[in-house]
Structure formats: structure tokens, C-alpha cells
Ligand binder design. Sequence first.
Ligand SMILES: Nc1ncnc2c1ncn2[C@@H]1O[C@H](COP(=O)(O)OP(=O)(O)O)[C@@H](O)[C@H]1O
Ligand SMILES: [Mg+2]
Length: 511
Amino acid sequence: MSPVLEMNGIVKRFPGVLANDHVDLRVEKGEVHALLGENGAGKSTLMNVLYGMYEADEGDIRFKDQEVHVKGPGDAIALGIGMVHQHFMLVPALTVVENVILGMKDNGRVLDLKAAAEKITALAERYTMKIEPFTLVGQMSVGQQQRLEILKALYRGAELLILDEPTAVLTPQEVKGLFNMIGAFTSEGRTVIFISHKLKEVMAISDRVTVLRSGKVAHTLHTSDTDPKELARLMVGREIDLSCEKFSCADNREVLRMERVCAENEKGMAILKELNLTIREGEILGVAGVDGNGQDELAEVLTGLRRVTSGTITMNEKDITNASCRHILNQGVSHIPADRQLRGMIGDMNVVENLLLMRYHDRPFAKPFHLDWKRIEHRAETLVKEFQVKTPGIKVPMATLSGGNQQKVVLGREIERNPKLLVAMHPVRGLDIGATEYIHKRIIEQRDRGCAILLISTELEEILELSDRIVVMYEGEIMGSVDCSCVTIEQLGLMMAGHRWEEVAGEKSEG
Ligand SMILES: Nc1ncnc2c1ncn2[C@@H]1O[C@H](COP(=O)(O)OP(=O)(O)O)[C@@H](O)[C@H]1O
Ligand SMILES: [Mg+2]
């Protein structure tokens, strides 16, 4: 049987970048075909070529045994190809049904919204999705908006559905819903191309997987014949160590204790509500939760950037509640902020200067009336080498470094102080697997040295991989504090949606 889709020798160049380098892709009818690769590997570009958003410089495309020339999304849709982009393309001021029929050619003279709404509801049911046709899109959650994007493609008769990194914005429960929808869709003999850089979900959902690396196909294989380790190696081009040893810290000395900590936002609304938590020496406490549930404020009260309105924070038995940033820093607290470009570094300053931030008061760099630049530069050279920062030199502006290398500079500066507590917020957000592995290793090294670590992340995989214990935050409260080894991903997902541990503790995996 010939494949439903064949892309042959696709080349796509952007100024200075070869995004797709003679890519061959074969997709069988009725399969879930994963397109796996790191950020920048060329996945979206390849699919945008298929969907008619870009024109390929070389290569040809066959769909259902015909050579096709897709000049724009209209052509793709007419062929039965639908795509849900990483960034949605919906109109917030319109309803679900208006968004679905927007821009369709055969709407007839009079828009029959009622008939369209019925068709949408029927489609949604058929694919195990829930949607309310007359809701305004602007009032819908991200997960609901994604369902709408999918429905829009299905409404237009998609037989091949391209999903570009669809799980990035979903909770584990919503991911499950999406996977059910994909199952229902492919059981009808239709086909899905599933773009992802996450190994576990590719293993869970796909029949076959094509790995892209630097614009080229590294391999296409049956998912059942491979494992995450091999896929990681294909993605990165070298061996990757995904494991992290864990130890019990129950008897270790307590480093940080927060008791009934409350804080308010700028409008005077409670944003942290009676927070209790402790971290011990050599322990990684993971803080899970959907973005915006008080995680930023938690990091801020710990680093002196926000006042608490009540409650106490103690570090090594010293009260640091509402102490100044500098005082907290001097107690041995290091901070990897969520937004490295905003708070972690100064883009216009060079690497040396960035490494000096927060140290310019200290000996031996500060001498009476001047800074010892020779010593400072020597230290910068050493740190750049030690933290494997790829940069043409230590005097280039930070802004010219790649994200991964900027983060290595920030991490190097924060770790060099041998902190007693490290507050790490989204430490690998936006970084590729290579840099992620490196940063995680250095964080684990700190743990093994005895540092207490607060790891805040919206990526459950990262939290589960590194943490010894996990707390889940929801609307400024902690839903539960659990040992990493006795909690399931479903339970974490439920807590992220506002259920307390006591409610979900009995819940076993829903299978
Ligand atoms: N419109 C564009 N203009 C210039 N460069 C682009 C454009 N789109 C993508 N690129 C570049 O092409 C490469 C592949 O990008 P992309 O296909 O988005 O990767 P992926 O989806 O795998 O993360 C990257 O180096 C990216 O910077
Ligand atoms: Mg992409």
C-alpha cells in the first residue's frame, strides 16, 4: 500500500538558515505519525510547507497518490489537510460557531448559524470533545480554544490533521482528552501528524516517529521498536542521560521553613494564602502548578522582592521575613529567575559584567575606591569555561548569546556562591535537550552538595524527574505535599486543577 502522504527531498531556506535540508517524510493512512525534534529542528517549517504557508525551495509532495502543489492553506484544506498551529488563530470577540465558519467559501448567501452549531456539536461528540457553540472565544480557556481549532479543521473535512506541539498548553487531564480525540479520529482511518519535542508523549501516542535534527531526518522508526533513550540520542546526536538518582532527606537538617505565609498582589488581593512548606539540606522540593497560581509570588517573597503580609520565613533558624534582598542573599540564597532576560541578566552588558552582578560589593573584587578588573575578568574566564558557555568572548553583550548559554551564565553566577538555598524557577524553559541536561545535572550536583532547592516549573516531567518531594499550588494555596515516589501524574493533574491531596489520595491511575 502506498502512503497517504509523501514529502520528497523538501528543502526550505530562510536567510542564513537551512530549515529543511532534503527531508523525506512518509506517512501511512490511519497512523499517528510523530515528528520529533528539538526547538529549531525544522518541524513547524516542514508542516507549514505541507499546509501551504511556505513554498519549498526544492522537493515535491504527493497526497493520496497525486502530486500536489499547495499554494496556500486554502489549497491544503481543499485537499483535506488541516493544521492546528502552536499559536492559535482565533478571533476572541466572536463565538465558537462564528470562528468555525469564518472564512469558509460555501457558507451560502445566508449564514445558518443554528445548522452550523448543530454540526459542530455533533462533531465534538463524535470525537469525545466538549464544546459550547455560542460561547465567546475570548472567554474560553486555552484548552478549550485548542479544541475549537481542532473542530475547525474537522468541520472543513480534514483527513490528515497536523497538530503542532498541541500539549504545550494543556494540563495532564486535557492531554488525555486530546489523546482520546486522536484515537477516535484515527480509528476512522484518518491520519494525524503529531509534532512534539517531548519523548514521553511521543512514546504514548504515536505509531511511528520521524526524528528531525538540524533540518535533516535523523531516522524514521516504529514507536514500539524504540525507547525514550534512543529517541533522545537521535534528537540530539549523542548519548543523553535522563536518569536522576534520589535519596531520602527525611533526617537532614531543615534549611527553609515558611509558616502561614500570606502575600497580596498590587491590587491588594490575596495571592499567597497561608503557605506552609519546608526544605531540607540536599532536598529538591518541586513546586508544580499551572502558571499564575502564586508561583512567581512565592519566589518573590523568598528572595526579598515582595513583602509578606503575615506569616514567617526562617532560614537556618534565622528569621528572614521581609528582610532586604541583600540580607537574604547574604544568608546564602541564590535565585534563577523565571525571566532570565528581564531579571536574570542585563542584555546590553557583557558577560563579565553580568557575572559580576551582585558581587561587586564583595572582596576580593572590590578594593577601596575601585574594582579589581583583572581579577574579575579572570574569574569570568574560569566560569565561562567551567559552565561550558559557548561565546566568542567574555566581552560580548549577553544579548548576543543563545538562550541556553545565557542561562548557563546565570546559573554559573548563582551556583558559584555555593548557596544554601537555590530558588530555581523554570530553569530550562525554552532550552534544547542538550542545555536542559546540562543545567539539570548542575542543579543535581548542588543538591548532592547539600544545597536545599526549590524548583518551580510548569513542566510536570521536569518536576517528577528531579524532585524528591512535590507541592502543588492552586490559586495561592498548596493543594498537597507528596513524596515523589507515591504520586501519579493523574493525581498531580487533579491537584493542579484545584483538588486537595486528601481528595485524590485514594485515586489510582485511571488507566
Ligand atoms: N519565518 C522564518 N524566517 C526565518 N527563519 C525561520 C522562520 N521560521 C523558522 N525559521 C528558522 O528555521 C529553523 C527551523 O525552525 P522551526 O521549523 O520553527 O523549528 P521547530 O518547529 O522544529 O522548532 C530555525 O532555525 C528557525 O529560526
Ligand atoms: Mg515549531
